[in-house]
Design a protein. Structure first.
Length: 86
């Protein structure tokens, strides 16, 4: 997948993950970074459980990336604790 594909997937996954975890986005740049990291983490988690990792710019990869972004955001908030999880 190209770098543009990763950025688009990361932006969408980071935005959705931010809305699920704390009801507000983290900002455009942080949403992209957390989404791309989340896609990698989600791919690792799904591979660990025997499922396919991120395969391209499609719905399945978006689900994998969102799950990973949620995990990354929960850890991010636990470490930095700037915002409350409500």
């Amino acid at each position: 997948m190209s770098i543009i594909g990763w950025l688009i997937l990361g932006l969408i996954a980071g935005f959705i993950g931010s809305k699920i975890v704390n009801k507000s986005g983290e900002g455009l740049l942080l949403d992209i970074v957390l989404g791309v990291v989340g896609a990698v983490v989600g791919g690792f988690l799904f591979t660990s459980f025997g499922a396919a990792p991120v395969t391209g710019l499609n719905i399945y990869s978006l689900v994998v990336a969102v799950v990973g972004a949620i995990v990354v955001l929960v850890v991010y908030h636990a470490v930095f604790g700037r915002r409350t999880l409500t």
